[in-house]
Design a protein around this ligand. Structure first.
Ligand SMILES: [Fe+2]
Length: 240
C-alpha cells in the first residue's frame, strides 16, 4: 500500500470536473454526444409556418441597429422557435440592452421576468427533440433556427455579454451542405458534420459564417441551463 502526503491524497480523492471552470477554460468549441435525428423537409416547413422571422422579430434592421450592417450581413436570418411570449413587450424591454448582452444572455437573465413559450406545436419533432434534452421548460432560454441561403454570410464578430466569455450555446447544423463554413479566428474552421451537436464560445472569439453551397443552411440553436446536462458535457469532453 503506497502512502502519500495528506494534501495530494485529498486532492486526488476529491478532484472533480467543474462545469463552469471547463466552460470558461478558453476552449472555442466542443462536440457534444447528442444523437440528432434526421428531420424531413415537412418538419422545416412546419417550423417556419409556426414560428416567426428572427430579424423581423428582433427589429434587426439597419436603421434599428444604428450601424452600417448591410455589407456585413447578407441574408442571414432565422426563426424564433422558443422565446418570450409577449414579443412586443419583450422587444420594448430589450431594445436598449442588446449592445451589452446578446439575445441568448438577455433571455437567460430575464427568464423569470417574462412568460416564455414555444412557437412550435406540442407534437412538432424539433420541439420534442429539445424537450427530451431539457425536460423542464424553465431550463430553456431561447431556441432559434439560423438560416443562411446560398451566397449568404455573416462578418466576423464577437457576441456581446457582460457574463463569462465562455462556451455558451448549443449549435446543431441540421442542414449543412458541403461549402458551408463556420470560422473561428485563429482556431480555424469548426470541423462541422451535419447533425452533430456542438457547444460554442461565441463570446470570446471572433467568428463568421458563409455559405458557398447551393442549398440553404439551417442550424438549430439552443440557449439553455447547461448545468442540467453537466454529465453529458463532461462525458463529451472526456471522449473528445
Ligand atoms: Fe455570433
Amino acid at each position: 500500500m503506497h502512502k502519500f502526503p495528506k494534501l495530494i491524497e485529498e486532492l486526488s480523492n476529491n478532484n472533480q470536473f467543474d462545469l463552469d471552470h471547463y466552460l470558461d477554460s478558453g476552449v472555442p468549441w466542443t462536440k457534444l454526444n447528442i444523437d440528432v435525428p434526421e428531420f424531413d423537409q415537412n418538419v422545416f416547413d412546419q417550423a417556419v409556418e409556426q414560428s416567426t422571422n428572427w430579424r423581423q422579430q428582433w427589429l434587426f434592421t439597419n436603421d434599428n441597429e444604428h450601424i452600417e450592417v448591410d455589407y456585413q450581413i447578407k441574408e442571414w436570418n432565422g426563426q424564433v422557435l422558443f422565446g418570450p411570449a409577449d414579443w412586443d413587450a419583450w422587444v420594448k424591454f430589450a431594445a436598449d440592452k442588446q449592445k451589452a448582452n446578446d439575445e441568448d444572455r438577455l433571455c437567460m437573465l430575464h427568464r423569470n421576468d417574462f412568460k416564455f413559450e414555444w412557437r412550435l406545436n406540442v407534437d412538432h419533432p424539433i420541439r420534442q427533440f429539445v424537450e427530451k434534452l431539457f425536460p423542464n421548460p424553465q431550463d430553456i432560454n431561447i431556441v432559434n433556427f439560423y438560416v443562411l441561403p446560398p451566397g449568404g454570410y455573416l462578418f466576423p464578430h464577437v457576441d456581446p455579454t457582460q457574463g463569462a466569455r465562455a462556451l455558451n450555446k448549443i449549435y446543431i447544423p441540421l442542414k449543412w451542405s458541403e461549402g458551408n463554413e463556420f470560422g473561428f479566428y485563429k482556431w480555424g474552421n469548426l470541423p462541422i458534420v451535419e447533425r452533430n451537436a456542438y457547444l460554442i464560445n461565441n463570446y470570446r472569439y471572433a467568428h463568421w459564417v458563409l455559405n458557398r453551397s447551393n442549398e440553404p443552411r439551417v442550424v438549430l440553436d439552443i440557449g439553455a441551463n447547461l448545468h442540467t446536462i453537466k454529465d453529458l458535457i463532461e462525458d463529451s469532453f472526456k471522449q473528445a
